[in-house]
Ligand binder design. Sequence first.
Ligand code: NAP
Ligand code: ZN
Length: 348
Amino acid sequence: MIQSVGYAAQNAETNLAPWNFERRDAGLLDIEIDILFCGVCHTDWHQIKNEWFSGIFPMVPGHEIVGKVSRVGAHVTKFKVGDLAGVGVMVDACRHCDDCHSGQEQFCQISPVQTYNSTGHDGLPTYGGYSTNTVINEDFAHHISEKLNLAAVAPLLCAGITTYSPLRRWKVGKGHKLAVVGLGGLGHMGVKFGLAFGADVTVLSTSEAKREDAKALGAHQFVVIKDADALAAVKGKFDFILDTVAADHDVNLYLPLLRTNGTFITVGMPSAPFQVPSFSLSNGNKTVTGSGAGGLLETQEMLDFCAKHNIVSDIELIDIKDIYPAFERMLKGEVRYRFVIDMKTLAN
Ligand code: NAP
Ligand code: ZN
């Protein structure tokens, strides 16, 4: 076993605090990674607070991981010591089911393993990236370009792929009007990818304070949803709406903004179910759909696309000791636009 230090929640009521724990030694096909940066996803909060389901504690969150390979197993071919590597939301899968075969390992039907709050194939709990190191099968780690700001690459491993994947699947691009609901970690990446794919992008936000930021990101329009006139002006305008909101909210505010045959894609995961009257869908042949992260090949494709087009997340780098002020700002919708933990602060 190898020694690791992380920030862990001992249960859903206590705050994250330093915790020493062990991870498995790198097996023949595993790599060990010294973690340099880890993004703070709203999912981390949902899970440490049991907002979705009762979790596995102690819990070390974090699934936007970048670091340097420090050890490789004897049969590893994909990485060598010193390479950069990234880890996203999953660390294992069965590799035999239909979903694994079709490159959607994140939906593995037999034995999916999430990066944390999950049970590995060895029967042990998995621990995430708010920690000094990790061990992972080489196939589930991704190559990271040397040319981008490494800290700003970390959020691509979840916020990036979660917005890239549905926009690609629905072939969102030139000639399409895309609205992104919520300018947070996922939302700002949705804006960047929507623009990179050639769509006309509008941000639908609760925060007037983000108007200038949206403009700086390149969004063509910015609508504050409390402004009834501005909202009425975009009624029936969008081919696609990408909803990235983490808090419970009423989607019926947004469905009328779709044009006929328009598609509402939710990637946000608030705990309360959506209430969608069939009327809002039948009237205009509208589609409501969802999307979860992305598969292994698609994640590497997204990382390569970002390297080619110089796309990274807009980040605020934090000391891990400041994780609670960061969570508080994230919960108030004040993150600009992803907190990333500088993991060397864990050693101080
Ligand atoms: P985040 O950074 O906190 O961003 C969420 C944004 O939603 C806020 O910045 C805010 O933007 C907006 N918002 C907040 N409260 C709202 C409300 N009551 N009504 C309308 N808008 C509101 O969160 P994130 O990390 O991007 O994650 C977003 C959600 O996606 C979370 O639920 C997370 O668990 C989920 N997620 C899903 C997947 C997946 O695979 N599908 C992957 C990762 C994360 P404005 O200020 O602009 O309104
Ligand atoms: Zn995430």
